[in-house]
Every structure is written in structure tokens, then in C-alpha cells.
Design a binder for this molecule. Structure first.
Ligand SMILES: [Zn+2]
Ligand SMILES: [Zn+2]
Length: 161
């Protein structure tokens, strides 16, 4: 999996939280933070995530977010849009165990992007379409059938129009 450099707004300092009592929390508001999911699939993420200190050197991020996905349509390759409303629950520890579900607290910060990235990718449909009844691209003449008529019949002299 590619390493992604997180947007500054998704790197949340938790030094103060960790210095406080267990149960102490702080709220982070995300507003249209850009995340790259795959080479051609992007998301703008908005939401409210609460970070709570659970133990010494451990924090949990919980909340809900909305990911506005932009990706090429699986049939016609035009830009397609999709909104997902998702829940986040991610544990962070200063020295996480070999359990890969727990993410590290690195230099006093938690990386929400990594958690949001995982959750969004897992919930991404296999095929994203620009519209439910997208007609795709003609394998014969290559036109986008949503916008143009297939030219195959004309060239074959079977024009029924
Ligand atoms: Zn399409
Ligand atoms: Zn055609």
C-alpha cells in the first residue's frame, strides 16, 4: 500500500490529551479534507471526530464522516461522484503492539488520514458509475453512448434512423 503524506489538518496533536487524565477528550472538525484513495480516486472528507485518551499513551478516535468520492465511471470513464457516510473507530498508541489495527502516535500526533483512508477504501463499491443507467463506451466505435450515438451501424450500412 502506498504511503500518503497526510494533509496537515488530519495530523492531530494529542500531547495535551496524553498529559491529562484518562477519559479526557477533544473534538476535531474536518472540512472537505482531500484524500487520495487510489491513483484516480479522490475523496473530500468532512466530519466530526472525537479523540479520547483511553490509557497511558493511548487514544481512540471515534466519530462519523462523510466522504465525497470522485472517480472515473467504471463504464464510460467520465467523472463519477458518490457520497459515503461512514463511522470511524481507530485506536492509537505511542508504541503500538504488533497488531496492525492499532496505529502509532508519532511525534505527538495521530494521523486521522490513515484511518479515514482505510475505512473509506473498505467501503468503496467495486464499480462507481456516473449514473445508474450509464450506457458506457461502444466497444466497436469507442463513442461515449451517453452523449453520442453509436457509429458502428452507420458504417455497416444498417442505419435504421
Ligand atoms: Zn458512465
Ligand atoms: Zn459503436
Amino acid at each position: 500500500m502506498d504511503e500518503i503524506s497526510p494533509s496537515a489538518n488530519l495530523l492531530i496533536p494529542v500531547g495535551e490529551l496524553l498529559a491529562g487524565e484518562s477519559g479526557k477528550s477533544k473534538v476535531c472538525y474536518l472540512q472537505q479534507e482531500s484524500i487520495v484513495l487510489t491513483e484516480d480516486t479522490k475523496a473530500e472528507v468532512s466530519g466530526k471526530i472525537t479523540l479520547t485518551k483511553t490509557a497511558k499513551d493511548a487514544v481512540i478516535a471515534r466519530g462519523q464522516f462523510r466522504a465525497e468520492i470522485t472517480a472515473p465511471c467504471a463504464r464510460c470513464l467520465d467523472e463519477a461522484h458518490l457520497s459515503l457516510n461512514l463511522n470511524l473507530e481507530q485506536e492509537y498508541e505511542v508504541s503500538p503492539p504488533a497488531d496492525e489495527e492499532v496505529l502509532p502516535i508519532f511525534e505527538g500526533k495521530v494521523n486521522l488520514e490513515k484511518a479515514i483512508y482505510r475505512e473509506t477504501l473498505v467501503n468503496l463499491p467495486v464499480k462507481i458509475l456516473c449514473q445508474e443507467n450509464c450506457r458506457g463506451i461502444c466497444a466497436g466505435c469507442g463513442v461515449n453512448l451517453n452523449r453520442e450515438k453509436c457509429r458502428c451501424k452507420k458504417s455497416a450500412g444498417e442505419n435504421r434512423e
